[in-house]
Design a protein around this ligand. Structure first.
Ligand code: ZN
Length: 677
C-alpha cells in the first residue's frame, strides 16, 4: 500500500502524461472514462488530505474559486506588435529591407499561421507555471494565471532541464468547432452570441470565475520565447520552438522553415487557399527572421520588430449602398471624408460608416454618392470602401469633389463644415485642412485626443465632456486642464461633487505620464505614437526636443522631411511654447525616466543579482530599474555576476557570492548607484 503522498504524486504524474498525450500530441492512450477515473481518485485523495494540494495539481485546472479582480503584470520585455503587409509587393519590400540591413547576408524565414486569438505571456519558475498574463498594452497585462491553468495544453510544470526562469508567449484561441458549439449553447439559453471566435476566446479568458473558463474549449499555440535566464539556447527561433515542444509546449504543426522569399510566398498562398478548412481562425501568416542573433541585429522600429511581419489574408467583403459622403474635422484640422452606409453585417459586425481617406483616393476609385459599393473589414481596422459596383450606378450620379461638397452657399465658397473657415490643401499633401487655427472642432478633437487612453489617460473626461469643456470655454488649450478646480466643473450641467472630485484627481494623476504620451498628446501634425516614442527616447526631455534643428531631426531613422518640418513648425509657434510652459508650471512631467538613447546606458554590460528583502522597493522593481539603465538582472550568482544587492534575510546566494568574491551592495549603496547613473 502506498502512502497518500506517494499515491497523489504518482496520480499527478500519470494524469499529466495523459494530458500531454491527449491535448498536445493528440494521441491518447486511454479512454475518456479511464482518464476521468484517475482524476476522480486524485480529487478524493486531495479532499481527504488538503495539506497535500498544490497549485500545479491537475485538479486545479477546473473551477478554482472566482477571482476578485485581475492584478496587473508588468512585462519585463514588452510584447511588441507586428508590422503588416497586405500584398506580395509589401512583403518583398520587407524582405529587401531586411536583406539590406543585414548586408546581404543569407537568412532563413520562419512561416507561421497568424492565429486570430489572444496573445498571452506565460512565466515558469523552477519548473512551475507561476504567472500568465494578457498582452495588454504590450508593457502591462492582466494577471489571468488561474484562467490559463484551465487550458489543458498549457503545461503546469516542465521537465528538469528547462531553464530556471523563462517566459514563453503564445496565442490562446477557440477552435471553430468549439465556437459553434458555444454559440449553440448560448442560443439555447437565450444568451447573446459571440460575434467571432476571437471575441469568444477573449471573453472566456477574462472570466472572473475560472470555472467558466474551464468549460470553454480553449487551446494555445506557443509562438515565441520571451526570455530565458541562465540557459544557452540555440541561435534559431525554429530550434528554440522545437526545444520547447520537447518540454511539452504545443507548437503549430503547420509552421514551416524556408530559405527563400519565393518559398515564403508559396506558404502564404497555401495557407490563404486552405484558410476555410483550418480548424481555427487565422487572419494571415507571420514571417520571422529565424536567427536570433540576426533578430537582435535588426532590432525594433518604434513598437514593431524589424525582423518580423504579418502578411494578412484578404479581408472579408460585402456590398451595400453608399447613401452620402460626409466630412468630419480631425484634431489637426484635417477634413476627413467618410461614407455613410446602409447598415450591413461584415464578419459579425454591423457597419454603418467607412473611411474614404481623401479626395484623390475617392477619385481614383471613382466612388460616388448613391453608388452600391464593396466594403471590407480587415481585423480591427475601420472598414473601408474598396470600389463601386459600376453596373448598379445611376446615370445621374456625379464624380465627387471636395470643394463642391464643402461649398457653403451663404459664404459663396467652400468652407469648414463646423466653423465656416477657409479650406486649403498644402502642396504635396493629399488632405484638405480647415485654415482656422481656432476652429472649435479641431480643438475639441485635440482635447479628446489629449485625455484619451493612449495619451494622458484622464479617466472621466471622455468625448462628450471634452466637447463641453471646450464649448463652455473652460479649456481653451490643453494646459488649462491642469488649472481646473472642482468648483469650475460643478458649474457644468449634470455634474455631481463626487465626479468633479474624481476628475480633478484623474487630471492630477496624469501629470506623471511618460514623455512619449505627452509628445503624442500635443497633437503635432504627423507625429503618431511611434514617432513620439522615438523622439522621447532620443531627446529624453521636451525642451531638448523643442530646441532640435531641422537637419538634426532628419538624421533620426524613420523621420523624414515632412515629419521633421512639422515638428519644427510646432515648436516655432510661440503659442505652443506657452502651452508647454504652463504644463510645466502645473507640474506635468516633461522629461523621460530613461536616459536619452544616444548616450550609452550607464549600467550597460553590468550583471546584478538581487537577494533578500529590500525595504524601499520590491525585487521586481529593483530588477526593472537595473534593466532600464542597461544592466542585466539575474536570479542566480555566477562568475558573470558583478554585484550582489543584499536585502534582509539573504540566504545561500550571499554565501555563494562571498565564496566567489562577488562585490556586495547594501540597499542604500544600490540606490545611490542608481541615482548617480
Ligand atoms: Zn473649421
Amino acid at each position: 500500500m502506498f502512502s497518500p503522498r506517494t499515491e497523489i504524486e504518482n496520480l499527478r504524474r500519470e494524469i499529466n502524461r495523459h494530458n500531454q498525450l491527449y491535448y498536445v500530441q493528440d494521441n491518447p492512450e486511454i479512454s475518456d472514462s479511464e482518464y476521468d477515473a484517475l482524476l476522480r481518485r486524485l480529487k478524493e485523495l486531495e479532499e481527504a488530505h488538503p495539506e497535500l494540494v498544490t497549485a500545479d495539481s491537475p485538479t486545479q485546472r477546473v473551477g478554482a474559486e472566482p477571482l476578485k479582480a485581475f492584478g496587473i503584470v508588468n512585462h519585463p520585455y514588452p510584447l511588441l506588435s507586428l508590422a503588416n503587409a497586405f500584398s506580395d509587393t509589401e512583403l518583398e519590400a520587407w524582405y529587401l529591407r531586411v536583406k539590406k540591413l543585414l548586408g546581404n547576408a543569407a537568412f532563413q524565414i520562419d512561416c507561421e499561421p497568424k492565429m486570430d486569438g489572444l496573445a498571452v505571456a506565460l512565466t515558469y519558475r523552477n519548473g512551475k507555471f507561476t504567472t500568465g498574463a494578457t498582452r495588454g498594452d504590450g508593457f502591462q497585462g492582466e494577471n489571468i494565471t488561474r484562467n490559463l491553468r484551465t487550458i489543458h495544453s498549457i503545461p503546469l510544470n516542465t521537465e528538469e532541464d528547462a531553464p530556471p526562469v523563462f517566459e514563453i508567449r503564445g496565442e490562446v484561441y477557440l477552435p471553430k468547432e468549439g465556437f459553434a458549439k458555444l454559440n449553440r449553447e448560448r442560443a439555447d439559453k437565450g444568451l447573446s452570441l459571440f460575434a467571432n471566435p476571437r471575441n469568444a476566446a477573449a471573453g472566456s479568458l477574462r472570466q472572473l470565475d475560472p470555472s467558466v473558463t474551464a468549460e470553454r474549449p480553449l487551446d494555445i499555440f506557443i509562438y515565441a520565447l520571451g526570455y530565458a535566464e541562465d540557459s544557452l539556447l540555440p541561435d534559431s527561433h525554429w530550434q528554440i520552438l522545437e526545444y520547447f515542444s520537447r518540454l511539452g509546449f504545443k507548437i503549430n504543426p503547420r509552421n514551416r522553415l524556408v530559405n527563400t522569399l519565393e518559398e515564403a510566398k508559396e506558404y502564404y498562398r497555401e495557407m490563404a487557399e486552405n484558410r476555410d478548412s483550418l480548424p481555427y481562425e487565422a487572419d494571415g501568416v507571420v514571417f520571422k527572421v529565424d536567427s536570433v542573433s540576426l533578430q537582435q541585429k535588426l532590432g525594433d522600429a518604434g513598437r514593431e520588430p524589424r525582423w518580423a511581419i504579418a502578411y494578412k489574408f484578404p479581408a472579408e467583403q460585402v456590398t451595400t449602398l453608399l447613401r452620402k459622403i460626409g466630412i468630419s474635422v480631425g484634431r489637426t484640422g484635417t477634413l476627413n471624408p467618410y461614407a455613410i452606409l446602409e447598415p450591413v453585417n461584415v464578419g459579425g459586425v454591423v457597419v454603418k460608416q467607412a473611411s474614404l481617406h481623401n479626395e484623390d483616393d475617392i477619385l481614383r476609385k471613382d466612388i460616388r454618392e448613391g453608388d452600391t459599393v464593396v466594403i471590407q473589414r480587415a481585423g480591427e481596422v475601420i472598414p473601408e470602401v474598396v470600389a463601386p459596383v459600376l453596373a448598379k450606378r445611376s446615370p445621374e450620379s456625379k464624380p465627387f469633389s471636395m470643394e463642391e461638397t464643402l461649398f457653403n452657399p451663404k459664404l459663396s465658397r467652400p468652407a469648414c463644415p463646423v466653423c465656416g473657415g477657409e479650406i486649403y490643401r498644402p502642396a504635396g499633401e493629399a488632405m484638405h485642412y480647415c485654415a482656422n487655427v481656432s476652429c472649435p472642432a479641431q480643438f475639441e478633437r485635440q482635447l479628446e485626443h489629449f485625455v484619451s487612453r493612449g495619451t494622458m489617460d484622464i479617466r472621466g473626461i471622455g468625448e462628450s465632456l471634452s466637447v463641453i469643456l471646450a464649448q463652455e470655454g473652460l479649456v481653451k488649450n490643453v494646459s488649462d486642464l491642469y488649472y481646473l478646480t472642482a468648483a469650475d466643473l460643478l458649474k457644468l450641467p449634470r455634474m455631481g461633487e463626487k465626479s468633479a472630485d474624481n476628475i480633478i484627481k484623474a487630471i492630477a494623476d496624469s501629470k506623471s505620464r511618460p514623455l512619449d504620451r505627452v509628445i503624442f498628446g500635443l497633437g503635432i501634425r504627423h507625429v503618431g505614437n511611434e514617432t513620439a516614442a522615438l523622439l522621447s527616447s532620443r531627446y529624453g526631455d521636451i525642451w531638448a526636443l523643442a530646441g532640435a534643428g531641422l537637419d538634426e531631426l532628419q538624421t533620426i531613422p524613420d523621420i523624414g522631411a515632412k515629419i521633421a518640418s512639422s515638428i519644427k513648425a510646432y515648436f516655432s509657434e510661440e503659442k505652443n511654447i506657452a502651452v508647454i510652459r504652463r504644463l510645466e508650471t502645473a507640474g506635468v512631467k516633461l522629461a523621460s525616466d530613461q536616459k536619452p538613447s544616444y548616450k550609452p546606458l550607464p549600467l550597460s554590460g553590468v550583471e546584478f543579482v538581487v537577494t533578500g528583502k529590500l525595504d524601499s522597493l520590491s525585487r521586481e522593481e529593483a530588477q526593472q530599474k537595473i534593466r532600464s539603465l542597461g544592466g542585466t538582472a539575474k536570479d542566480n550568482v555566477t562568475k558573470a555576476t558583478r554585484y550582489l544587492v543584499v536585502g534582509a534575510d539573504a540566504g545561500s546566494k550571499l554565501a555563494k557570492a562571498r565564496s566567489m568574491g562577488v562585490k556586495e551592495l547594501s540597499e542604500q549603496e544600490f540606490i545611490n548607484m542608481l541615482e548617480q547613473s
